[in-house]
Write a protein that binds this ligand. Structure first.
Ligand code: NAP
Length: 366
């Protein structure tokens, strides 16, 4: 699974530009992003590209008072950096409108509820077209999100007070290129945006198209949060267009012809590789249950059997060993988990994340 690509290459390597994935890993204590050290001090403004739930998560972390974050399970190194952060304004940039925003209502409510936050949404962006109405008619979540955004736009003072942090929803603009700072060579100083208009592609579906009108939005940090895509695995069927392994209720089929009889016997898939990078945690639970039900049915009907001695758990462990993959058994994971909880206890946090492999190793050996 990799982060989607923006489709333009200029100044991609400037410092101060991060993928939301690595930023989320950083504040969640993932060892691979422990030393990301995002630049939170060179300016008061952050731009987040995308308006999905991950974009909202990232904005929430940047804007929520650190006294509140301190009681969550946020990684300690991230909390310290956020305490020193100079970011006061966050721009969430969407290429489509409030009727198409990719986030869901619960996550939106959460960010709109941040204490002392000024939320800015242009009222003109909230004007609905017939096509918008059509789209929302068939999508309860979109409708709810639109209502929440409208309420936020109209029920608050139009200007922030001096001590307020600001969240700006920017609709109908898409990124065109990153801008390099004149003072700090190699560092990002903003994003050039292109105004978009929506064009109907299918009934109930509108896409953003550039209009040739450009504007620059200055900032000291950019977070790219434009979704994910699966990558093919050698030897495994893959539907490039949908970015999934073709399957029927989790049973892998050998090509994308739609012929459901061409099953890859004994091969199953679940999660984003099965249905694409969408859905909340509960969606993944149902998705896994469906695949497990398919496996159970196939076992019951004798379609698949544990035919050789190397099958099942033992077979998997043997395979991992042959490939020199280190395995952390559940018992060691439990030790790491209880160590994190114990450390959190001292600080009134649900847990204190162990954010390096060394710390994790040590915890499971104690
Ligand atoms: P997402 O929901 O797919 O949102 C991607 C955003 O990026 C959309 O606003 C999309 O706009 C925009 N985008 C895509 N390509 C772009 C481009 N080339 N230029 C500009 N903008 C572009 O992805 P996500 O936020 O990474 O979330 C992934 C999944 O995880 C989602 O299903 C989400 O709900 C889920 N998730 C759930 C939770 C939770 O349960 N609390 C938390 C985090 C994530 P368009 O709509 O115009 O394509």
């Amino acid at each position: 699974m990799v982060q989607e690509d923006l489709g333009f290459s200029s100044f991609r390597d400037l410092s101060g530009i991060y993928s939301a994935r690595e930023f989320v890993w950083w504040y969640n204590g993932h060892p691979d992003s422990r030393y990301l050290n995002p630049d939170l001090k060179s300016s008061d403004t952050a731009v987040i590209l995308g308006q999905g739930n991950v974009a909202l998560d990232v904005a929430r972390i940047l804007l929520r008072p650190t006294t509140e974050l301190a009681t969550t399970d946020i990684a300690n190194h991230a909390l310290s950096a956020l305490e020193k952060s100079s970011i006061r304004k966050v721009y969430l940039v969407g290429r489509r409108g409030p009727a198409q925003a990719a986030c869901t209502a619960k996550e939106l409510r959460e960010i709109l509820g941040i204490k002392d936050l000024h939320v800015h949404i242009k009222e003109a962006d909230l004007l609905k077209t017939q096509a918008d109405e059509e789209e929302m008619k068939n999508n309860r979540i979109r409708k709810r999100v639109y209502e929440l955004l409208s309420k936020a736009a109209t029920s608050r003072p139009s200007h922030p007070s001096s001590d307020q942090r600001e969240l700006h929803f920017v609709f109908f603009w898409k990124p065109d290129k990153f801008l390099e700072s004149d003072e700090r060579t190699g560092h990002v100083s903003g994003v050039r945006l292109e105004k978009t208009k929506l064009i109907g592609v299918n009934p109930g579906e509108q896409m953003a198209a550039g209009t040739g009108q450009f504007e620059d939005l200055g900032c000291g940090i950019v977070l790219k949060s434009i979704g994910y895509k699966s990558v093919p695995v050698n030897g495994l069927p893959f539907d490039d267009r949908k970015g999934v392994v073709p399957n029927v209720r989790g049973r892998v089929v050998s090509d994308t012809s739609g012929d459901h009889t061409r099953l890859e016997k004994g091969l199953y898939v679940c999660g984003w590789l099965k249905r694409g990078p969408t859905g909340i945690i509960a969606t993944n639970l149902y998705c896994a249950e469906e695949t497990v039900a398919s496996i159970s049915e196939d076992l019951k009907q004798g379609i698949v059997t544990f035919s050789s001695a190397s099958s099942g758990r033992e077979g998997l462990l043997q395979l991992l060993d042959n490939r020199n993959v280190r395995v952390v058994p559940f018992s060691r994971w439990e030790e790491m988990d209880s160590r994190e909880r114990e450390l959190g206890n001292f600080k009134n946090k649900p847990r204190e994340k162990l954010a390096t492999l060394e710390e994790l190793e040590k915890a499971s050996e104690e």
